[in-house]
Design a protein. Structure first.
Length: 145
């Protein structure tokens, strides 16, 4: 009798999986992988979007937002836990003073050209008063836009 019940339960589960819904069978929601988002990732695309909209495109997450989705920087797993997203929007402190400083100016950074794996060295730096810089060597040098 137990083997018949197991067989029927297995058949029902397989059928539900084929139909795309197992929730009624197991009594709880089944987690579904997040769909990949899209948006600009190149220097020009990111900067033009910020200029037109006053904010980063929707395909950017702050480090805190990414961490809440399961991102661990040392594991280089952003593409796995947040497909299509890049890191951006966090404050850039400009400790070295290589970017123009001014009272009240805040710099923020956004990864550029990220697709998957570990983050690369390319960043867009943008200020709250309309300045834009890029770096391809992880803050060793900057190019004004």
């Amino acid at each position: 009798m137990k083997s018949i019940v197991r067989l029927l339960a297995s058949a029902a589960l397989v059928l539900a999986l084929l139909m795309g819904n197992v929730s009624p069978l197991i009594g709880q929601a089944v987690p579904v992988a997040e769909a990949a988002v899209s948006g600009p990732t190149d220097f020009a695309g990111i900067i033009n979007y910020i200029k037109a909209n006053g904010k980063l495109p929707a395909n950017f997450l702050t480090k805190s937002q990414a961490t809440s989705k399961g991102w661990v920087s040392s594991k280089c797993n952003l593409a796995a836990v947040a497909p299509g997203y890049s890191i951006g929007g966090d404050v850039f402190s400009n400790y070295e003073g290589l970017l123009p400083a001014k009272s009240g100016r805040t710099w923020r950074e956004a990864d550029a050209y990220y697709t998957s794996g570990c983050r690369n060295a390319s960043r867009v730096l943008y200020s709250n008063d309309g300045l834009y810089y890029t770096t391809s060597d992880h803050y060793a040098s900057f190019q004004k836009w």
